[in-house]
Design a protein around this ligand. Structure first.
Ligand SMILES: Nc1ncnc2c1ncn2[C@@H]1O[C@H](COP(=O)(O)OP(=O)(O)OP(=O)(O)O)[C@@H](O)[C@H]1O
Length: 305
């Protein structure tokens, strides 16, 4: 599959500080890629370079084969952007807002306006004033606006910030449908890891300006078990002696073990007279993995943002 967007050794140095260090990343049609990283990792800087709000000091962004370095305007004409809380005219209807934004692009027809309204499920309320819309509806109108000129690449920065759970779910469902039906490649930055886990096909993780991981969400995760038994010291000793990787978790341990190993582990616990309270499979969440990848610590700050 040909990528819609390619970052090629994209770099940004400010003063003597390397903020973005040779990022290479390809984004594909119909796929939703999450962009994650601790505070200060370089997400905003990367996105600003991808949408032309900041100039790179090295490398390039290629959008549908067009280099932003050589052909800035043409490249950017293929991008749709949604920021947190898109600006709309509150005293005008949703429809009039779309007509207004449609004039900024060449060749957006009335049919296209109607089509994007359907794509975000706004048919019933589109002729009411934006001031009467919920945040979720304003966000969907922002999505409709970003799609007017049929971009092949959509960038969303913290798109679900402030939405309630129902609003988040709706937004996610519409976005998924749009990615699939229009073949749009979507790039989403968010601090909400549980949200990214549900919304994205792939994640790219950045730290200190470098890409540290890129993976498919469907990639099978390793198998973990939560084991709660006492005395803890003895439990740990037995698990380590089995050659298992052990992490302290809640009131017990998390071990990276295969299912076939579990009966043997339980037998050894019983033989040693340990009290066993729980042995259960544990699925690591994206949050667990993210904290492991980035060394943890910063996520609480991210959530507080
Ligand atoms: N104009 C600037 N001058 C100097 N340093 C800057 C400038 N802009 C950003 N930085 C630094 O670049 C690094 C990356 O910042 P950036 O805002 O891209 O991170 P981020 O991943 O978006 O963080 P957050 O999650 O907090 O929004 C930070 O260390 C920041 O302090």
């Amino acid at each position: 599959m040909k990528p819609v967007v390619e970052l090629k050794n994209l770099s940004k140095t400010i003063g003597s500080k390397k903020i973005i260090d040779s990022l290479n990343l390809s984004l594909y049609p119909g796929q939703i890629t999450g962009f994650l990283g601790p505070n200060g990792a370089g997400k905003t800087t990367t996105i600003r370079m991808m949408v032309g709000l900041m100039k790179q000091t090295g490398g390039d962004v290629i959008i549908e084969g067009i280099s932003l370095r050589d052909n800035f305007e043409e490249g950017l004409s293929k991008v749709g952007v949604i920021v947190e809380n898109p600006e709309m005219y509150k005293f005008m209807s949703g429809y009039k807002n779309l007509v207004h934004f449609a004039r900024m692009h060449k060749g957006v027809t009335k049919e296209r306006i109607d089509e994007v309204i359907r794509q975000v499920g706004m048919q019933n309320r589109i002729h009411e004033k934006v001031g009467t819309y919920s945040l979720g509806m304003r966000q969907r109108l922002g999505l409709a606006q970003a799609l007017l000129h049929r971009p092949k690449f959509l960038i969303l920065d913290e798109p679900t910030n402030g939405l309630d759970p129902a609003g988040i779910r709706e937004f996610r469902q519409y976005l998924r449908q749009i990615a699939e039906t229009e073949g749009v490649s979507v790039f989403v930055s968010s601090h909400m890891l549980s949200e990214i886990e549900l919304m994205c096909d792939r994640i790219a993780v950045i730290q200190n300006g470098k890409l540290i991981d890129i993976r498919e969400m469907s990639e099978t995760k390793e198998s973990y078990y939560y084991i709660e038994a006492t005395p803890l010291e003895k439990v740990k000793e037995l698990l380590v002696n089995e050659g298992l990787a052990v992490e302290v978790f809640k009131n017990g341990f998390l071990v990276n073990a295969e299912q076939q190993q579990i009966p043997g582990i339980i037998r050894s616990f019983i033989a040693e007279g340990l009290e066993v309270f729980a042995v259960q499979p544990h699925k690591k969440t994206l949050e667990d993995e993210f904290l492991e990848m980035t060394g943890g610590g910063q996520i609480a700050e991210s959530y507080a943002k």
